[in-house]
Write a protein that binds this ligand. Structure first.
Ligand code: ADP
Length: 507
């Protein structure tokens, strides 16, 4: 049963599958450069004879490289869709069989079919599974199964190379491969005449994410009141696949809530579902627990708002806070992300402000409860400690305190058996250094400075929050009453309760 390729649209054998809507370039967003480059293939597929007449050689193969879920398969389908030609798809892993000869037979068959129905597009996903670097002489292993599998893979790969080389005879077939592990590919595959072109499919940036969201919003009933750009901005690292999942999830939530179309609240719920998990019913924090949670989250949020407002800090503002337990977490805070450039060139003042924001949770607890602090703010404290250490060491923004370039005594020692310590405290084995020596003196200095830095920033944050005690209390109160609060409400509260407002006005 090895003729199971996804024969898209059922062109094969004249099957009368219902015609699925063909993917077009308009379904692909956020990877404009790649699409631009691939347009040429479409032009070729539409009229291969013209290219022939003009003496233009089409590319043999195009390798799409990039992380999963960024649209490699989608864009390959779109090429076939735009040109109106059949699309043959298989995954590299499907060729890898232990049964001898099956993999190469599949390759032969796949290419034969594509040639018969040319012009056409052949797409092999995860091509790295099939075309990993061949091992050469060192793969000699006593393990029989290992050898059989490796040999089989190599035969399959050789067959693929033969097909690619003999491609001139099958003009009119475009061969596309996709991988996210370029480094694993056998160099033979990348030689000219095989994969002539490599196109990187990058994960989308903020603008790309917005374009992708717009594409997928067209496929569901999205209320026009939903501001897609905030989601694009606040979901860094989300791929096209994840964003597609988001709109689907939001549609489900909307149906569950009995809404006619997807509302902002449905989108928020969907984001939370995909990030932390669904709401947990039945789990109710006690009042005390909820208060602590609310105080720490509000402390972090309000510190960022105050710093932005009064110290012109370049830190994220708070988008919303929720103290409804979800998945593993008892409360959530969502930040409004800055534009991507601000992260690349973070400078010392910005990093210190960020540190203050993280310390805001514990500071708020102390301002409200005095020294009786709880575990609620521990996660933020851990993050703060980590950040402070980085500021001092990796980014080296304090005194010039070198941790890189320590003169490690890196010499190979005479051969012994097993790892051993040398006089400077380095760990060696027969092949060289395993661990550099520990510099206890430097370690102490970093620890001391980290503590000092944290302490200084903490004092500043405490002062800030004491000044705005009324706003802090009011925000906590609103959050406790509604279980949720958003950034605009926080801004409004800060406006209404300026610094030094007497607390009795709140209560
Ligand atoms: P890959 O092949 O890179 O792993 P896919 O092409 O299979 O990713 O993407 C899976 C799904 O995610 C697509 O069917 C599409 O719905 C969505 N998607 C991914 N990237 C994009 C994009 N750039 N534009 C629009 N949708 C996308």
């Amino acid at each position: 049963n090895f003729r199971k390729w996804d024969i898209w649209q059922g062109i094969e054998f004249g099957q009368s599958k219902p015609q699925a809507r063909r993917v077009k370039f308009s379904d692909v967003a956020g990877i404009d450069e790649a699409v631009e480059e691939l347009q040429e293939l479409v032009r070729y597929l539409k009229n291969p004879e013209l290219f022939d007449k003009m003496g233009i050689k089409p590319p043999h193969g195009v390798l799409l490289e990039g992380p999963p879920g960024c649209g490699k398969t989608l864009v390959a389908k779109a090429i076939a869709g735009e040109a109106g030609v059949p699309f043959y798809q298989m995954a590299g892993s499907e060729f890898v069989e232990v049964l001898v000869g099956v993999g190469s037979a599949r390759i032969r068959d796949l290419f034969k079919r594509a040639k018969v129905n040319k012009p056409s597009v052949v797409f092999i996903d995860e091509i790295d599974a099939l075309a990993t670097r061949r091992q050469g002489i060192f793969s000699e292993s006593t393990n029989y199964l290992y050898n059989a599998a490796t040999q089989e893979r190599e035969t399959t790969l050789n067959q693929l190379l033969i097909e690619l080389d003999g491609f001139d005879t099958g003009k009119g077939v475009i061969f596309l491969g996709a991988t996210n592990r370029m480094d694993l590919l056998d160099p033979a595959l990348l030689r000219p005449g095989r994969f002539d072109r490599k196109i990187r499919i990058r994960p989308p940036g903020a603008k790309g994410r917005l374009d992708i969201l717009k594409v997928h919003a067209r496929k569901v009933r999205m209320s026009p009141s939903v501001d897609l750009s905030t989601y694009a901005q606040n979901l860094p690292g989300w791929t096209g696949a994840k964003l597609a999942q988001l709109t689907q999830e939001a549609a489900l939530v909307a149906v569950r809530n009995g809404h006619e179309s997807i509302l902002q609240s449905d989108m928020d719920d969907a984001v939370d579902r995909l990030t932390v998990g669904p709401k947990r019913v039945g789990i109710e924090l006690g009042h005390q627990g909820q208060c602590r949670r609310a105080v720490t989250e509000v402390g972090v949020a309000i510190t960022s708002h105050l710093l932005r407002r009064y110290e012109n800090a370049k830190v994220e503002s708070c988008e919303r806070i929720s103290i409804i337990p979800r998945g593993q977490s008892l409360s959530q805070i969502v930040f409004h992300h800055l534009d991507e450039e601000s992260y690349i060139f973070e400078r010392k003042p910005q990093l210190l402000h960020r540190l203050q924001v993280l310390l805001g949770g514990r500071a708020a607890e102390e301002v409200i409860y005095g020294r009786d602090t709880s575990r609620a703010s521990v996660k933020y404290l851990e993050d703060a400690t980590c950040l402070a250490r980085k500021i001092l060491t990796i980014w080296n923004l304090e005194n010039p305190m070198t941790i890189h370039g320590e003169p490690f005594p890196w010499k190979k020692k005479a051969s012994f058996v097993g790892p051993r310590l040398d006089f400077e405290g380095s760990l060696y084995d027969d092949y060289g250094l395993i661990e550099p020596p520990i510099n206890f003196e430097l370690d102490d200095r970093v620890a001391r400075r980290t503590e000092e830095l944290l302490h200084d920033m903490y004092e500043k944050t405490i002062t800030l929050l004491r000044n705005h005690f009324a706003a802090l209390l009011k925000t906590v109160k609103v959050l406790l009453d509604n279980k949720e609060i958003n950034g605009d409400q926080i801004e409004f509260i800060i406006d209404s309760y300026p610094a030094e407002t007497p607390v009795n006005l709140v209560l």
